[in-house]
Design a binder for this molecule. Structure first.
Ligand code: AMP
Ligand code: MG
Length: 402
């Protein structure tokens, strides 16, 4: 095996990744637990919402024409002929000119009425109601089907549901909805030097930062992360953990050991147990990245440097997750900004530069990919396409926000 990488462009790597994406699987969940899940089927309103013309204030249902010109000095005098109760349409009540009916917020507008005057602008005097403000036709009334019409598409598949979506789903008659099943993603940290976060590192040892970082990102993205701990750089250890993780997960991500040194076990083990499809991507940071497959499941080898692992997770792994979740509305937020200085870049590789945003001005935080501090001091990443030799000061960039 050559010690040098024959790298492929990011777009080609993503095409290969999408080619091995497992089919999306759906499941039903109650609407109250549907927030943040990806809707698998479209949802239509099963009836008009609201189902009747209703008042949005406490007051008097009126015929707007009866209140024309009303004011404090010369109020309109209307005869109150009924009181509407909540949840009960009054089928017998019909306003004729010169009459009104008391109506609470949410009450069904009686026949003949076309507006509601707020109680604050009225005064009761026995059977008579003094209206001190004119009402326009439709004022303080929510018309039947004004929100959603029966049969109207309320949500399309692929939508990431929000808490307010859950409320609308319930209003549309959904007790449960079909959503994409959360992919189970195995996370394996590799390296003889690694120790867990709770251990004080001895000389030459490093705390495992990747597993918690990857797990947190994946959980936020709508996956179920399954952490398999730290594995030593030994072929038998790699084989044992992959034998366990592959059947238990939909996707497996290893970090570390993805390069071409003799001590790097990831590519050799994936090749022995399945196939390596990509080894080396024209991306910076993150060149020593592996895409493979074992028993039909995608297996990734990410570089050990946390910043590199994170960039590859976003640029290469995330498209697979989007496909598995059938996402139409990626979670990734972006912001347009202006570059404060030139960013040089080597043509031929796609570069992801960490930047700090101050308002809409983006300043690159240049640093080695091994540094952790730029990952947290930065606001996000600016992508420099492989064909560019860098970006010039003052140019507009899209910042992929953390
Ligand atoms: P490797 O990709 O295994 O060659 O590792 C590259 C660098 O990343 C080395 O300095 C490792 O110690 C470091 N590294 C590897 N895995 C992790 C991890 N899980 N957490 C923090 N640093 C790591
Ligand atoms: Mg290593």
């Amino acid at each position: 095996m050559s010690r040098f990488f024959s790298v492929i462009p990011v777009a080609d790597a993503v095409t290969i990744v999408l080619g091995i994406a497992p089919q999306p699987v759906t499941e039903m969940v109650p609407v109250e637990s549907a927030s943040c899940r990806i809707l698998a089927t479209g949802v239509m309103a099963d009836s008009d919402i609201p189902g009747f013309d209703r008042s949005v204030v406490d007051g008097y249902a009126v015929r707007a024409a009866d209140t024309a010109g009303a004011g404090d000095a010369i109020p309109a005098l209307l005869t109150c002929t009924g009181r509407i109760s909540m949840g009960q349409p009054d089928g017998t009540l019909s306003l004729i000119p010169g009459t009104c009916a008391y109506i609470p917020t949410g009450g069904v507008l009686p026949a003949g009425a076309d507006a509601v005057v707020m109680v604050e602008y009225t005064e009761e005097a026995g059977e008579t109601v003094l209206v001190k403000k004119p009402a326009a036709c439709g004022e303080n009334v929510l018309l039947r089907d004004e929100d959603f019409k029966k049969g109207e598409t309320v949500f399309s598949p692929g939508r990431r549901l929000s808490p307010q979506d859950a409320g609308v789903l319930a209003a549309c008659g959904c007790g449960a909805v079909a959503v994409a099943r959360k992919p189970v993603v195995g996370i394996i940290s590799t390296g003889n030097e690694l120790v867990p976060a709770t251990v004080v590192p001895g000389p030459g040892q490093v705390r495992d930062a990747n597993a918690p970082m990857l797990a947190a990102y994946l959980a936020d993205y709508g996956c179920i992360p399954k952490v398999y701990g730290i594995v030593r750089d030994e072929k038998e250890a790699f084989e044992a953990v992959l034998k366990k993780a592959v059947p238990e997960c939909d996707v497996v991500i290893l970090s570390g050991g993805s390069s071409k040194d003799d001590r790097d076990m990831t590519a050799g083990t994936i090749a022995a147990m399945g196939a390596v499809l990509v080894h080396g991507i024209a991306i910076a940071p993150g060149k020593p990245t592996i895409v493979g497959r074992i028993e039909g499941k995608p297996v990734f080898g990410l570089p050990g440097h946390p910043a590199s692992a994170f960039v590859v997770l976003i640029a290469i792994v995330r498209p697979l997750l989007d496909r598995m979740l059938s996402v139409r509305m990626p979670l990734q937020r972006t912001k347009q900004a202006t570059l404060s200085v030139n960013i040089p870049s080597q043509r031929g590789r796609e570069e992801y530069v960490r930047v700090l945003l101050d308002g809409s001005v983006a300043t690159p935080l240049f640093g080695k990919s091994g540094l952790l501090n730029t990952l947290v001091r930065s606001s996000g990443l600016v992508r420099i396409p492989a064909g560019a030799e860098g970006l010039e000061q003052g140019c507009e960039v899209e910042v992929i926000l953390w």
